[in-house]
Write a protein that binds this ligand. Sequence first.
Ligand code: ADP
Ligand code: MG
Length: 264
Amino acid sequence: MSPVQTAVTHAVELDGVAVRFRSKKTDVTALRDVSLRVADGEFVTIVGPSGCGKSTLLKLASGLLRPSSGAVRLRGDTVTGPRRDIGYVFQRAALLDWRTARRNILLQAEMRHMPSADAEKRTDELIAMTGLTGFEDAYPHELSGGMQQRVALCRALLHKPPLLLMDEPFGALDALTREQMNVELRRIWRETGTTVLLVTHSIAEAVYLADRVVMMTARPGTVAGVIDVDLPAERDYVRTMADPEFARATRHIREHLGATSASD
Ligand code: ADP
Ligand code: MG
């Protein structure tokens, strides 16, 4: 590091990262020269065509996958293996059928051997925050898709992770539920102050949620551009959809992604 460089640490930092999957049968370069910095407390969304390496990028940040070259750092620490200081939410809620909503959330505490009084208190807070009050004792099959994702979100937030990774978390929900979850996720993000890195196929979702949107190219995935979303912090859904900045940002992304796939 040069002496003039300031020691700003980022929540997430990818520095010239490449990921190549090689086996006897395959040789796929999933990511190529990806550099990205996410500030503490920022909400960053990632959009790009299917197979461009979005999930791979989240796996790198979680330490589930090591880069073939380049470096991945969380708060300045090089990631060398699975990290415990993150929360992960996937497209499927992946709840245990035989446990109630509350006990599914508490699974996180059991895996981490958290003191049970703390875990119970935090669970109560999260249930209230995510609007699950009244459904604590319901089993997954008794919950709607949106409710199940709320439970998954509570489970991911139980240990107050400084970084929340979300991989197409609302992709399986109907359009209206998805909008409602977008509104609630932004509110929850503002209440918790956690850094969020979220992958989505939806351009509208990417813009509504984010401070910045990362646009990726088709495989081998790389960062094609990053745009700032200049919308107010408080985002009423209907008003945001009608905001000229929302139209500008979504058009920019659409043109960009269209151009990328056309040149592929
Ligand atoms: P996305 O989430 O953007 O749809 P992924 O990150 O899942 O894309 O995958 C990027 C590319 O890497 C795809 O071509 C996929 O087939 C390939 N890939 C992902 N994981 C593996 C793996 N474990 N082994 C081999 N290829 C993989
Ligand atoms: Mg994926």
